[in-house]
Design a protein around this ligand. Sequence first.
Ligand SMILES: [Mg+2]
Ligand SMILES: [Zn+2]
Length: 224
Amino acid sequence: MSWIFFSDFDGTITQQDVIGTIMENFAPLEWKDIYTGLMEGKIDIDVGIRMMFNLIPAEKLESIKEFVLDGIKIREGFGELLDYLREKDIPFVILSGGLDFYIYLLMEPYLDKIHRIHSNRLIVREGKLDVRFYYRCGVLCKRNCGICKPYVIENYYKNHTLRMYAGDGITDLDASQFNDIIFSTGGLEYYLKKLNLRGKRVIKFETFFDVIKSIEEYGEGISS
Ligand SMILES: [Mg+2]
Ligand SMILES: [Zn+2]
């Protein structure tokens, strides 16, 4: 059995949505309409994220980094989950539509326990913040995800026999369909209910201690 654990970042590993919190504090008000359009699926994710970051002048980057380090909280039990997975030889992979600069900043203490981080990249262009995408949608997806989670899973992690995924929102919906066990928090559960998820397990969680407990119980079910 080769198991793997994927996790979304914003609102899943962190308690709050990092992009939303950055915009709230650093972008002019126009960001709100873009964000709403994005969350409702009316604006493509790649277009929307660039539009929002383009609203912020590059000089603000250092203050954004300080703000992220001070203000963003990691969900309880995260370090323990990483220790647990490592002990079981289950790789932990971050699949995030967020940006590398704040993910690496916040994950610094944990990097040696994270197998890989797939995300978008922040760049500076013409004095403004901007975003580059490295994992575009493959044939399976036509959504212009920016980072296409189904594409990454199918391309890099096809050989894992049991895939687990933790997420919190609508952008995790497509990825959920490529996993066997889905850990849901926040609004994801609501969206999952509309899907046909035959053969998959959906488990609600609040802290990563809940996740550890569920994997433990699931593992026992298999070995007995
Ligand atoms: Mg999220
Ligand atoms: Zn896609």
